[in-house]
Design a protein around this ligand. Structure first.
Ligand SMILES: [Zn+2]
Length: 274
């Protein structure tokens, strides 16, 4: 049905209808319990998001699965988009400097903020962008395969790659590529869903179909369940890795943003000497 709608309703009209629907939804959900830092609106509750799956529960996956109060009714930012945004706003100077930023598979609300409210030099895109239809990504045409980009060495001050690597077969190749195109002294935010219970990631199982991947990895387009060895992989390509528990750094300040208290911000740095 969704594809049918996208096929027959032109982009401009789709965006208009979607915008009106979001405004109405924001009105219905209005209240004071939660505030979205990206659109600035406040709500009595947010929408439930994510996918319900037993595998995610079994391994206590952080940053995945079905989550109440995760999607903003007005701008559709998710808990993880807000987490990244708040980190950038409160713990970096990204919104104050004229940095070169690369945003892979960009979240719509975060992308809109970068494009319209900051002076950064902003590049975004994702693999096979041209083939993707929708009112969320439709105008995003740049094809970027993060395992093999055309960017020069040491180009970007900041790389944001939020919940992408769990979709990529050769994730080490993607990590090496991110390291290559990052400036010495630059940093990246490389969020993935992961299990703190697993020493070793689950991957490489025969899973040729979406149904098999759903059964084994918890989502039709995931190719692994990361364990805590994720952080070692990042280190193995040269990054310094820091897990920052943003919510717990000031729970009083952050409690109304509807972010996941248990999700760390995974910050990688490329040393100036490297
Ligand atoms: Zn919002």
């Amino acid at each position: 049905m969704k594809n049918f709608i996208k096929e027959f309703i032109p982009y401009w009209l789709g965006v208009k209808i979607r915008g009106n629907y979001q405004r109405l939804q924001a009105f219905v959900y209005r209240g004071n319990k939660y505030v979205c830092p990206l659109c600035g609106k406040s709500f009595r509750k947010m929408l439930t998001g994510g996918i319900e799956n037993e595998i995610f529960k079994k391994y206590h996956i952080i940053g995945g699965g079905r989550r109440p109060n995760s999607v903003c009714p007005r701008c559709y930012s998710t808990d993880r988009d807000r987490l990244v945004f708040i980190y950038l706003r409160d713990f970096t100077d990204v919104f104050k400097k004229n940095y070169q930023i690369l945003h892979i598979a960009p979240e719509g609300s975060l992308r809109a903020y970068f494009m319209h409210k900051t002076s950064v030099s902003y590049t975004s895109g994702f693999k096979d962008a041209q083939a993707y239809k929708g009112y969320y990504y439709d105008q995003l045409k740049q094809h970027i395969d993060i395992t093999a980009t055309d960017f020069s060495d040491n180009k970007f001050d900041v790389v944001i790659c939020n919940h992408v690597l769990e979709h990529i077969e050769d994730d080490l190749k993607a990590m090496r590529e991110i390291f290559r195109i990052m400036k010495p002294g630059g940093f990246g935010i490389l969020q993935v869903p992961f299990s703190p219970d697993l020493e070793k990631s689950i991957e490489g199982l025969p899973a040729p179909t979406p149904a098999e991947r759903l059964r084994l990895y918890g989502q039709e387009d995931h190719v692994r369940i990361y364990g805590v060895d994720y952080f070692d992989r990042l280190k193995s390509v040269g990054f310094e890795v820091n897990k920052f528990m943003l919510y717990h750094s000031d729970s009083e300040k952050y409690k109304n943003y509807a972010i996941n208290p248990e999700e760390p911000i995974i910050v990688v740095k490329k040393s100036k000497l490297g």
